[in-house]
Design a protein around this ligand. Structure first.
Ligand SMILES: Cc1cc2nc3c(=O)[nH]c(=O)nc-3n(C[C@H](O)[C@H](O)[C@H](O)COP(=O)(O)OP(=O)(O)OC[C@H]3O[C@@H](n4cnc5c(N)ncnc54)[C@H](O)[C@@H]3O)c2cc1C
Ligand SMILES: C[S@@+](CC[C@H](N)C(=O)[O-])C[C@H]1O[C@@H](n2cnc3c(N)ncnc32)[C@H](O)[C@@H]1O
Length: 662
């Protein structure tokens, strides 16, 4: 894996960016705005298509080459002018060399009429790292999914139906890699029926290659110094080309639900609140059921959690999820109050033994320094403000979060009704509606139900066999002292300690696989203090922790909820017995590929298993869940969404010859 690098730019005397790598301009010398509008918006008939969108409708635009985002902002502006209030715009764009924030700001300053849109983009253009990065704009009316990396690596991982393509990857002669048959086959694979396409070039070989992929391209008069440009539409996958690999039926999308968009979300922690927010942003009416008197009373109720990335240098599904999830959560936090709800103070992971130091060195060579970099002991001490025994890996964009604040902010949407003291004991489907029941009382009903109650989802018969485990954890709250306030960043070794929030530091966290009782124990406070000693004896002393009687310490305990592969469980649920029956042949031959449709449990979805990193995974997984439900572009690579799919356990069990015993 190569770390992503920012675009290297030169600026001309009129302040326009020029790519050093490709020796080409980002937009036309004459009028970038006019050219964008003519080549991409007009040729794809976007004004008329935006105006025709119904309430709840959406248009998905795909682009090769995000660059300065000019095309995106122009499309957004047009959408804003012509689409009804309840319609949505989804823009997916691939970019190998993302502009730095400063360069993006400088480039977009050229277009004063786009300023209201550019400001929103710039406010969210944070933590743009490799892979899929989702940005939620205009309260969810506009979604931007950036695929950071080479187009030919990223697009094959995309699961989307694109209504209009913008081809804008520098001139074919300067950048032939963006104009290949392989890439056009990807555009065809992703094209929705009737998809349109346009580009500023009229180069003959480009036109022929796009046509060969299944589009019908036409030359049309150009603008400015462009004599001719190309526009076209998708006719269908060419009969002579081998069909693209079909998605396995157990990971296919369930048929979109017709009728009213109402959902029950059961569980008011990070997963439930984020699910409710993602659905409400898409116009769904949500009833959020929580058994306690307030949201975020269980795992999501700690005073401070760490926004931290445990990555792998090998690009595993988990690592990809973490990198995309981190960026997404980090951007959401911009809406919250810094210092009280969260702080982007950075996270320092100490190299506390040789194995950890080796792992950190590998990570430092696999990722860009603005995501993570090594600090020696001196640098680490300066950064943290305390004496340390070793250096480590620093994540400048990490920090701590008060999870209840994130939950409350997400549940605030007017389409979300929060129902406290609503303990759903049973779920029943009556006339196509899921009823949440407490004894004989119907608490709420809707055609869709999302189970977001961590390990408690096992109480429902149809999700009882999902392999979720509870792991008890306890944090210790330590009052800040005059000397401890200097702590300037979260510091982690086996445990973690955060700079103070409202006069207290959070120190965490224990792991106990056996204890089912949530009363805080003295032994775990002692264990947490031991972890603090390993982090920094200096900080321990500054906190006066040696003199604190452990039995006087305060804290709280809760259950994490984990799956055997440490990935969350997110997506539509199948009826287990019917699944085993439908795909029984797999138990005899794992390579057998039955094409029978998956027997989905209509309208039942899962968002659980967020383990020790719900802050990073729960918000993006909620976008994933909403994308499954609303039949939208997935915010993660196909392979990652499959790795998180609820059906993976039933599938593995079948292949091992262990049906119904995952
Ligand atoms: C000690 C500790 C430290 C942690 N530290 C970090 C950290 O530093 N960084 C990080 O990212 N993560 C951390 N985590 C993990 C993180 O807190 C979890 O991943 C996250 O909170 C999970 O959110 P959730 O919504 O899935 O579960 P929960 O927060 O447990 O929410 C589930 C909710 O569902 C409700 N519920 C369940 N069943 C029903 C029902 N049938 N009817 C009605 N309501 C129901 C429950 O009451 C609960 O409110 C920590 C966890 C613990 C325990
Ligand atoms: C002409 S610029 C795009 C202009 C942009 N659409 C705008 O509105 O500003 C072309 C972009 O394609 C990107 N690019 C070039 N080769 C690429 C590749 N192989 N994969 C992904 N992006 C690539 C460049 O980094 C550059 O940002």
């Amino acid at each position: 894996m190569n770390p992503v690098s920012h675009a290297q730019l030169d600026w001309d005397d009129q302040g326009r960016p020029h790519s050093r790598v490709f020796d080409d301009v980002y937009f036309s010398d004459k009028s970038g705005l006019e050219e964008t509008r003519y080549v991409f918006l007009e040729q794809n008939r976007l004004q008329e298509r935006f105006a025709a969108l119904p309430v709840g409708g959406r248009l998905v635009i795909g682009e090769t080459g995000f660059g300065t985002g000019l095309n995106f902002l122009c499309a957004w502006q047009l959408f804003e002018e012509h689409a009804v209030a309840g319609a949505r715009l989804h823009f997916v764009s691939v970019e190998k060399y993302p502009l730095s924030h400063a360069d993006l700001q400088r480039a977009l300053a050229l277009w004063s009429e786009l300023a209201p849109f550019a400001e929103q983009l710039l406010a969210q253009y944070i933590a743009i790292h490799q892979g899929f990065q989702r940005l939620i704009l205009d309260n969810g009316r506009v979604t931007l999914t950036l695929l950071i990396g080479d187009a030919l690596e990223q697009l094959p991982q995309l699961d989307a139906q694109i209504d209009a393509w913008f081809l804008d990857g520098f001139a074919p002669a300067k950048n032939p890699d963006m104009w290949t048959a392989e890439l056009f086959a990807e555009l065809a694979r992703l094209a929705a029926p009737g998809s349109t396409i346009s580009t500023f070039t009229s180069t003959g070989w480009v036109r022929r290659l796009i046509n060969a992929a299944g589009f019908k391209m036409k030359r049309t008069p150009g603008i400015g110094h462009k004599w001719e440009i190309l526009r076209g539409e998708f006719l269908g996958w060419p009969a002579e080309a081998p069909a693209p690999t079909a998605v396995k039926p157990w990971f296919a999308r369930p048929a979109p639900l017709a009728g009213e968009r109402r959902a029950l979300v059961i569980g008011g922690g990070l997963a439930g609140c984020a699910t409710a927010a993602s659905l409400a942003a898409r116009g769904w009416q949500v009833s959020l059921l929580e058994r306690h008197a307030a949201l975020a009373q269980e795992a999501s109720g700690n005073p401070q959690g760490v926004l931290y990335l445990k990555l792998s240098a090998h690009g595993t599904a988990l690592s990809q999820l973490i990198l995309s999830g981190f960026g997404h959560t980090r951007r959401l936090l911009e809406h919250l109050q810094r210092g009280v709800d969260w702080d982007g103070c950075g996270v320092l992971q100490l190299a506390f033994n040789a194995k950890e130091a080796e792992r950190q060195a590998q990570l430092a060579s696999a990722f860009a320094p603005d995501l993570l970099h090594l600090l020696d002991k001196e640098q680490a001490q300066t950064r943290a403000g305390i004496t340390l025994e070793q250096g480590g890996l620093f994540f400048p964009e990490g920090g701590w979060v008060h999870p209840p604040a994130l939950c409350q902010w997400q549940a605030k949407h007017p389409l979300i009704e929060v129902l406290h003291h609503h303990d759903a004991l049973e779920l029943k489907q009556v006339d196509g509606q899921w009823q949440a029941l407490h004894g004989d009382t119907v608490l709420a009903c809707a055609s869709v139900v999302v189970l977001a109650g961590a390990a408690e989802i096992k109480r429902f018969s149809f999700s009882a066999d999902l392999p979720l485990k509870r792991i008890r954890g306890q944090i210790t709250r330590l009052p800040q002292t005059a000397q401890s306030q200097v702590l300037a960043t979260v510091v982690c070794a086996e445990g973690y300690v955060a700079p103070p929030r409202l006069g207290e530091h959070t120190l965490g966290a224990s792991f106990d696989f056996k204890n089912d009782d949530l009363t805080p124990t003295v032994a775990e406070h002692v264990g947490n203090l031991e972890m603090l000693r390993e982090i920094s004896v200096d900080l321990l002393q500054r906190l006066g922790a040696d003199n604190l009687a452990p039995e006087q310490l305060e804290g709280r305990a809760a259950f994490r909820c984990t799956s055997p592969d440490y990935l969350p469980i997110v997506g539509p649920l199948a009826a287990r017995e019917a699944f085993d029956h439908t795909y029984a042949a797999l138990s005899k031959d794992a390579r057998h590929a039955p094409d029978a449709p998956c027997p989905w449990l209509n309208g039942v979805y899962i968002n659980s298993g967020h383990g020790s990193r719900g802050l990073v995974t729960a918000p993006l997984c909620s976008e994933l869940l909403a994308a499954w439900l609303a039949d939208e572009p997935l915010p993660l690579p196909r392979s990652v969404s499959e790795a998180c799919h609820p059906n993976r356990f039933a599938l593995r069990a079948l292949i091992r010859g262990n049906a119904s015993k995952s």
